[in-house]
Unconditional design. Structure first.
Length: 190
């Protein structure tokens, strides 16, 4: 392989992967999700998106500094990637928001995925002599019930994640239309 070709491949990889964690970027993840939705439509199959947010991450940055916060994000990403099975894709949307996608699911698989992720992430993270327990809120959206496009699925999973976070965090919730109805009522002008 020529040096130029190698450099092009490296730049392509860098454009689609987060420089801190090595996970897919938001844009790259959305491309993969869009392709997965098209496959699910053709095959009449189910796919799930899990939207994860670290509960209390700001306090880690405020207390220990951004360097330690970045180290925690990197360790979190590594552990999350390790927890993934073949055919599951993980990305970092930014900050302390992560996503996971899986295709060809049977009913209930998405709940088992969320339980597995919570279990793997429940162990404390040991960084620079300090131990961090990082609770995670997870929102789940399943195609086609939770949306028929990548954007709809991400928005639905995000809404479900906020419900999990508001219920105390370190939990998961699956998207249901009632979530949007409740949020709309709460934010309706008087």
């Amino acid at each position: 392989m020529t040096e130029r070709k190698h450099q092009e491949q490296r730049l392509t990889y860098m454009a689609g992967h987060d420089s801190l964690t090595g996970l897919m970027t938001r844009d790259r993840f959305c491309e993969e999700l869009t392709a997965a939705v098209a496959r699910a439509q053709r095959k009449h199959s189910r796919l799930a998106v899990l939207f994860m947010d670290l509960d209390g991450f700001k306090a880690v940055n405020d207390t220990y500094g951004h360097e330690q916060g970045d180290a925690l994000l990197t360790a979190f990403a590594r552990r999350l990637s390790f927890a993934c099975r073949t055919g599951e894709f993980v990305g970092r949307l930014g900050g302390d928001e992560f996503t996971l996608m899986a295709e060809d699911l049977t009913a209930g698989d998405e709940m088992l995925m969320a339980q597995r992720i919570l279990k793997v992430l429940s162990r404390p993270f040991d960084l620079a002599g300090a131990s961090f327990k990082v609770p995670v809120s997870i929102g789940i959206a399943v195609y086609p019930e939770g949306g028929s496009t990548a954007d709809e699925l991400l928005a639905s999973a995000d809404s479900a994640m906020y419900v999990a976070k508001q219920s105390g965090g370190n939990a998961y919730r699956e998207y249901a239309r009632e979530i949007d109805d409740t949020r709309a009522l709460r934010h309706r002008p008087v």
